[in-house]
Design a binder for this molecule. Structure first.
Ligand code: ADP
Ligand code: TRP
Length: 362
């Protein structure tokens, strides 16, 4: 068996940002040199929440591929594909879904977070019921659900959304991946993938599915412009391919130490977004730390220096992106060949699972 298979995916839910780049994509680019990698555009996962907003899904998927190529993923070194182009993933999801206990899905932190959001909205300003029910157990989550109207539940989540971790487990298990490069936020999902693999092997006394391990990046949490985690949903991003002038404005408006009112005031670089980015772009240049603390470096000058560090890479990225975005024939070829390679690997595992589950295999 191949010892070093890597699988990871990103949902095409909008433009990629520097958080995705430093937290995931840059790691993909390094891993393609050392591992057998399958990287996919998780369009089915995008549908688990945005099933009613699909107008831009196809274009978003292609744009993501353009970003990946621009960042340095090379179809000669790794397999890149669109998740929905590999039908075996949907088939295996159905099979693994049969043996996944509902409790594991109801306990999934992402599911609970969304449930809590709806609850907070519904009971905003009220005390009592909302606080009384704590969704940390499947029963409590079910109790919470019981307090919601049918419309609220259907708006909140679908069968597909609850099953998100089963689909994700399938993505990984279908290629027998040992490693999954992701950010910190995906660890709980990965744990469910491991649990499903173990349950399958135990239940059928088989040694077929491999329990995957996470590969965290050196930068598991890139801050956004406001200091929170950079995320599409917070509107605090710098996008890949964004106009350089627009990035300059964003950098100059970045959140810094609020107590450093004058340039010469001593500042606290810990928790300062501009400093976090200095470290990302130039891990060796920790002189900024001392200069900020002593008051030798003001925030405006610090942010100007930061932009100067970022600008060449951003410009080069934008130029390369322009080239790929005009080469539709190349994109089509990569998408087609990627799907073929991923299907070959997926079909082999699916057949093994079907046989093990005693299905009448064609
Ligand atoms: P978003 O929060 O913007 O919707 P996604 O959830 O689509 O981003 O994340 C795609 C990948 O990028 C995942 O592997 C995730 O762990 C990683 N990632 C996202 N935001 C960050 C961040 N701010 N820092 C580090 N990694 C991140
Ligand atoms: N859940 C991941 C995210 O939100 C995307 C994803 C789907 C994924 N399937 C995967 C990541 C399999 C790694 C492996 O970013």
């Amino acid at each position: 068996m191949d010892k070093n298979i890597v699988v990871s995916g990103i949902r095409p839910t909008g433009k990629m940002h520097l958080g995705n780049y430093f937290g995931a994509l840059k790691n993909f680019v390094a891993l393609q040199e050392t591992h057998k990698c399958y990287f996919f555009i998780a369009d089915l996962h995008a549908l688990t929440t945005a099933y009613d907003k699909t107008q831009t899904l196809a274009q978003d998927s292609r744009n993501m591929l353009i970003d990946w190529l621009t960042a340095g993923l090379d179809p000669k070194k790794c397999t890149m594909f669109i998740q929905s182009h590999v039908p075996q993933i949907s088939e295996l999801t159905t099979l693994l879904g049969m043996l996944t206990p509902l409790g594991w899905l109801l306990r999934n932190p992402t599911y609970k977070e969304q449930l809590n959001e709806i609850f907070k909205k519904k009971y905003a300003g009220q005390t009592g019921e909302a606080e009384a029910v704590n969704p940390t157990t499947p029963t409590a989550a079910a109790e919470k659900m019981a307090l919601l109207t049918e419309k609220e539940i259907s708006e909140m989540s679908s069968f597909g959304f609850l099953g998100y971790p089963v689909l994700m487990a399938t993505d990984i298990l279908i290629h027998k991946a040992q490693y999954v490069p992701v950010g910190q936020d995906q660890i709980a999902h990965l744990e469910i993938s491991r649990d499903i693999a173990r349950r399958f092997n135990d239940m059928f006394k088989a040694d077929i599915l491999v329990e995957p391990k996470p590969l965290l990046t050196a930068i598991p949490k890139v801050p956004g412009l406001d200091g929170r985690k950079m995320s599409k949903s917070y509107g605090n991003t710098i996008e890949l391919g964004e106009d350089v002038e627009s990035v300059r404005k964003k950098v100059m408006a970045m959140f810094t130490d609020p107590n450093k009112k004058r340039a010469s005031d001593p500042g606290n670089p810990d928790g300062c977004t501009a400093f976090a980015f200095h470290k990302i772009y130039n891990p060796q240049a920790c002189a900024r730390y001392e200069e900020c603390k002593s008051g030798a470096l003001g925030c405006v000058a610090c942010k100007k220096q930061l932009f100067e560090l970022m600008e060449p890479e951003l410009k080069a990225f934008n130029e390369r992106r322009q080239v790929y975005s005009q080469d539709n024939a190349l994109l089509d070829k990569i998408i087609k060949e990627g799907a073929q390679a991923a299907e070959a690997s997926a079909a082999a595992t699916l057949k093994e699972v079907q046989k093990t589950m005693n299905l009448c295999v064609k």
